[in-house]
Design a protein around this ligand. Structure first.
Ligand code: ASP
Ligand code: MG
Length: 475
């Protein structure tokens, strides 16, 4: 089970988590992965940034509030009245020690005037280590045997600090050594989400929101029967409820659908979560720790389900980059190859890529925060072609948004794309670029930013997504 930031957000939420864990661990072995308390990772990152800038007052204030937040949870969780007073001291000293560790790294950054990536990763893991320590102590205090475990001991990764990838075999080995014995003894391991370490012990993190990924890495390494991801929403929805009023919670989706939804902007799962599980067919539940009566969404390899669109997502923090050879002397295919290579080397993810036309112009969509590195990489890779005018100047359009229509059931269903496009054009929204892969599971549609939300509503209504059980017949 993985508990996200809001599910660990306060003493009260931790008590709910502890009750869920206690109940389930009576019927089967349970391993727990936790995020930092909500907003803590942002606070840590901001503190490190201020340390780099040399702002001592701000750094001290942030560290103080980090300490207070966790000590407050500590006093609320362990009280003489509830008979857990003696655990308070234990939790208290763990919190103090971890905050002191964070402070030590911050001081180093302060003196250097620089944030070395591995120190950032080490410092960020403190958020999860704090919440794991609190939850493990709470479980012990309330009669469920538990042990806090730093994922740096069990998740082995490459050395891409800030966005590391796991190495399956060494991780499996470490899990067998460190976690299986706990599980066999009936002790619940409470493992930190988000972090890991290289095989020679250098601390890493898996990217923002990476605790979901941590949980799936461990589930795969230990051949778990199921993975339950506890969040603050009822499951995977047919659209973003902030944009569409009649969204529905899907009772089942496939791994491929969930991955496409996450990748195209749905916030419910970290996009890398499903890969380790799909191979082993480990089912995932997305559940709401604030509404225990709701069943949640089940994510599985495949199931017999109505055909058609399942959900629609959108992303607004994106830009469209267009490139076009100025003369036929230059092979368009070659320019595409070199551009994509430059983007890959600069770690820029291409969300949509589209090319057609005799002139071999092409465009691609990337995240706004990747724009500078993308332009830098393209500029240096194609500097001669640009300088000599073989290639027209690169165009950037920031006034765009991406809408993605997702559903495995779209495969081989003629007419659906037409209906989606008609629904969008009925709203007088101009479609700028389109991409559909041959797997037919996602159609990516780039539209003007001011039409994005209306387009999402139009597609949701057109495909009757608010009534998932009727949608297939109506589509
Ligand atoms: N605490 C980390 C973050 O905020 C990881 C996570 O929450 O999944 O990015
Ligand atoms: Mg989170």
């Amino acid at each position: 089970m993985k508990f996200g930031g809001t599910s660990m957000g306060s003493a009260e939420r931790m008590q709910v988590a502890a009750r869920i864990i206690a109940e389930q661990s009576r019927v089967r072995p349970v391993l727990v992965v936790v995020s930092a308390m909500s907003k803590v990772t942002d606070l840590l990152l901001d503190t490190l940034h201020r340390a780099e800038l040399g702002d001592r007052t701000a750094v001290d204030a942030s560290i103080q509030s980090l300490l207070e937040k966790h000590l407050q949870a500590c006093t609320q969780l362990f009280t003489v009245a509830s008979g857990t007073g003696s655990f308070q001291e234990e939790a208290w000293s763990k919190v103090e020690a971890l905050v002191a560790e964070f402070k030590r790294i911050t001081n180093g950054i302060f003196m250097l005037g620089e944030r070395p990536p591995r120190s950032v990763d080490e410092a960020l893991s403190v958020g999860e280590r704090l919440s794991a320590a609190l939850l493990a102590t709470l479980l012990n205090a309330t009669g469920t045997k538990a042990e806090g475990v730093n994922a740096a001991e069990v998740i082995v990764t490459d050395a891409v600090f800030g966005n590391a990838s796991p190495q399956a075999e060494p991780t499996r080995q470490r899990c067998r050594e460190r976690l299986t014995p706990l599980l066999t003894k009936g002790i619940v391991p409470v493992v930190t989400g988000f972090n890991g370490a290289t095989s020679d012990g250098r601390p890493t993190t898996l990217g923002r929101g990476g605790s979901d990924f941590s949980a799936s890495i461990l589930a795969a390494a230990l051949d778990a029967a199921e993975l339950w991801i506890w969040t603050d929403v009822d499951g995977i929805m047919t659209a973003d409820p902030r944009l569409v009023s009649d969204v529905a919670v899907l009772d089942q989706v496939t791994y491929a659908e969930a991955a496409e939804l996450a990748y195209n902007g749905a916030k419910v799962l970290h996009p890398r979560t499903l890969a380790p599980l799909a191979e082993k067919h480990i089912p995932v539940w997305s559940k709401n720790s604030f509404a225990l009566d709701k069943p949640g969404t089940r994510i599985v390899s495949s199931f017999d389900e109505p055909r058609g669109v399942r959900a629609v997502t959108s992303m607004s923090d994106v830009v469209l980059v267009s490139m076009e050879p100025a003369s036929a002397v230059l092979s368009g295919t070659r320019v595409m190859a070199r551009s994509l290579d430059a983007l890959a080397l600069a770690n820029v993810e291409v969300l949509v890529f589209s090319s057609s036309s005799y002139r071999q112009s092409f465009c691609f969509l990337i995240r706004k925060h990747d724009l500078n590195s993308a332009l830098g990489a393209l500029g240096s890779n194609l500097s001669i072609e640009l300088a000599h005018g073989y290639l027209k100047p690169i165009e950037v359009d920031e006034n765009v948004g991406l809408l993605a229509v997702v559903g495995e059931g779209m495969r081989g269903l003629p007419g659906l794309a037409g209906r989606v496009f008609t629904a969008i054009s009925r709203e007088r929204i101009n479609i700028i670029a389109i991409a559909q892969g041959s797997s037919e599971i996602t159609i990516g549609i780039v539209v003007r930013l001011d039409g994005l939300e209306r387009a999402v509503r139009a597609v949701h209504a057109e495909c009757h997504l608010g009534q998932p059980h009727l949608a297939a017949q109506l589509q």
